[in-house]
Structure formats: structure tokens, C-alpha cells
Design a protein around this ligand. Sequence first.
Ligand code: HEM
Length: 185
Amino acid sequence: MGWIRALDARAIPDPVLGIKVSEKTASSRPSIEHIEDIAHLSLSAPTEPTYTLQPSTIPDAELPLISSSEIPELLAQHSGPGSPTGRTWIVVDSVVVDATEFLENHPGGEDIILQFAGRQCGWQFWRFHSKGIWEEWVKGTQKPVEEGGKRGWRVARLEGDAVVKNRFPEPRKFVGLRKLGADWW
Ligand code: HEM
């Protein structure tokens, strides 16, 4: 058939690679139609997910997840005023908190939070705050801000068994119980 011969003689443009391939090479591909199907797709890298402040109605367990492979870079990017984003994230156990807009209002002062910028501060946080402070000041109140409620500062939680290690070991709480026997703890 005349039109097949004409095709043989031509180089067929490859829409994906942007090069010309002979029909022999092209015929080893699934089909020309298939190649044309994907030619319109974007081949650029997927955009980075962004993490934003979450409403107080979302339980800690249902926050957006950050994987163990993502977390080091995200913390480096959000490690205080001198970091690429200029934002201050802290990690309280497995919850990532963006303290940026709360810093200047913190009753304990902003420096103490800045010391933990981009870092784990689980046990240190619980030394100074009760669960009630978590609910009201970190999660935020159910009452909307416009009606005098408090907004929350959580952005995400660590996925699965991902961990951000604390740089400081937690001192034992029950100092003095040693006399009860070494098996006590
Ligand atoms: C966004 C995160 C945080 C929030 C929302 C927050 C909130 C608060 C609140 C509401 C108080 C007053 C508590 C009271 O009067 O009983 C407080 C005090 C305090 N916070 Fe935080 N805090 C945060 C992070 C931190 C961190 C990371 C540390 C460092 C370990 C810290 C250390 C303190 C200290 C030392 C006080 C003063 C305690 C006192 O006067 O007895 N806070 N914080």
C-alpha cells in the first residue's frame, strides 16, 4: 500500500522526547495513539505540598501528614526568622506547630520558643503547659476568632512512626524513688 511505504521513508517525530525516530523504533512503542495521548501531560516535577494553619475542629489525629523523608527539609525551611521561610515551626511530640504569629504574645516570652525553632520540644513544652493550654492555645477554641475565640497554630503531624528527636534527654521526673528498687523504672 502506497501510504505505508511513504510512512516508511519518513522520520516520525516523537512528541515526548522531541526527537525524530524511524518508524522501526516507533513501532516498538505501544502505539502512536498512546504516545499522542500522553503528549499533553505536564512532565514537570510535582509542586511541593504547602502546610497551613489548621482549624481547631480537626483532631490531632486527623492533621495533614508529613513523612519522615520530608520532615528534615521542612523543619530547616521553617527554623525561625533567619530561615528560608522566616517562619518558626516547633514539634511537640508528633504535632508540628507554627508559632510564628504567636511568638510576640507568648506569656513565657518569644526567646524560649525561638530556642526550639525547627526542633522537637515535646517534654519541654509539657513541663510548662497543661493539656488545657494545648486545647485552648495550640489547637485553638471552637469559638471563632471574630467572636473572641483563639486561633490555633497546628499545621501537621508526623506520619506513622516518623520521629523528630529531642536534642536534650528528658530528666527523670521521680528523682528520689531509687530507694524503691532499681526495677521501679
Ligand atoms: C505555640 C506554642 C506555644 C503556645 C501556644 C504557648 C502558650 C503558653 C501559654 C498560654 C502560657 C501561659 C500559661 C499559664 O499562664 O498558665 C505559656 C507560658 C509559658 N510557656 Fe508557652 N506556649 C508555647 C510554646 C512554648 C514552648 C516551646 C516553650 C518552651 C519549652 C514554652 C515555655 C513556656 C514558659 C516557660 C511559660 C511560662 C510559665 C510560667 O510562667 O509558669 N512555651 N505558654
